[in-house]
Design a protein around this ligand. Sequence first.
Ligand code: HEM
Ligand code: HEM
Length: 207
Amino acid sequence: MSYPQGSDPNEVKVWDIVVRVGHWSLVVLFAAAYLTGEIEVKTLHAWAGYAIIGIVLFRILWGFVGTRHARFSDFVFGWTETAAYARSLLTPRPKHYLGHNPLGGWMVVALLATVLLVSWTGLELYAAEGKGPLAETQLTIVAPAQAHDRDGDGDDDHESLWEDAHELFAHLSLLLVLLHVAGVVVASLIHRENLVRAMITGRKRAE
Ligand code: HEM
Ligand code: HEM
């Protein structure tokens, strides 16, 4: 039997609007930032990055004051519970969580952290080029005036350092995103529920 959207009595609200809009905005902006990393004009890239920083910082705050399943306390579990969940995946009746499962929860933490690291190193790289909000600050490791080209690669060494770090974290975050999406597909199959749909409607089948 089909019900009007949001009224199926077998479903409960899990993801609030902040989590859902934040998530899908992050997907679009992350793709935009990743794809514009190597183009010459950096305005779009930097603005996608600023928006990402805003969303991630707000999501972290929401992780303390938001609705039940949005809180870190709801989905960050210790080693014992995480290992027990991982073991249960090999049994015919794996443990089920209404919010993020323990492995997914740690992936959320890892994604938020690496995306922040990419954005921070991006800000520092931009600053080393004399642009962006950190250009006038002392946050850089070496003052630009002291930096030079000791390794002879034609680039300012100071800039190269941030560039290498930015590139490394950008690739690491893409790797985590791919693992994250694979995890979502596998968990959807194992628990026989459509997690992508739940991230759109905010609703899941009740326990
Ligand atoms: C999650 C956010 C971000 C992602 C995924 C990302 C990704 C990338 C990637 C893949 C590259 C190309 C690296 C290479 O192969 O050389 C790049 C370059 C760059 N990014 Fe980002 N970035 C992000 C945020 C930022 C932010 C916030 C800024 C500064 C406001 C920034 C500034 C730069 C600059 C200046 C370059 C050019 C490096 C060069 O000169 O080649 N990025 N970024
Ligand atoms: C098309 C690609 C993507 C799909 C299909 C997808 C799908 C999902 C789903 C279904 C969840 C909920 C998992 C659960 O039920 O426990 C989720 C959570 C999450 N995803 Fe993605 N995701 C994608 C890309 C991304 C990207 C690119 C990022 C970050 C750069 C990201 C970051 C997150 C975060 C932080 C959460 C936790 C949501 C919250 O509690 O606020 N995802 N994703």
